[in-house]
Write a protein of this length. Structure first.
Length: 108
């Protein structure tokens, strides 16, 4: 009986931890913004001059606005899903946000 009680306590603690640490909308948005910014930086592969750093900051602000206007996060308690244009882009669980697929910004 002791092993069953211990297992039940561990399961309950994991579930409670999942609810407490479920990522919010801001964490999903930050994960997408970071992913896009890193992808742009990798594609450019330039040395970071002051002008390029300023351009990167401006692009990040623009990307943040576009993502912020189109991101919907559905919270399911233990996990959350970030959707853009009705497609799941991120999954959040235990305080982490994972990219499900590439995010393409559609300007239409």
């Amino acid at each position: 009986m002791g092993k069953i009680n211990t297992s039940l306590i561990i399961i309950v603690l994991v579930v409670v931890l999942g609810f407490i640490s479920n990522p919010d909308r801001e964490q999903h948005q930050t994960a997408i913004e970071n992913h896009i910014t890193q992808t742009i930086a990798q594609n450019e592969q330039r040395e970071g001059t002051v002008g390029e750093e300023l351009g990167l900051m401006l692009r990040r602000q623009f990307i943040g606005g576009v993502i912020g206007n189109n991101l919907q996060v559905k919270n399911f308690g233990l996990l959350s899903l970030g959707k853009i244009n009705d497609r799941t882009r991120t999954i959040g669980v235990f305080g982490q946000v994972f990219m499900m697929e590439e995010v393409v910004i559609d300007f239409e």
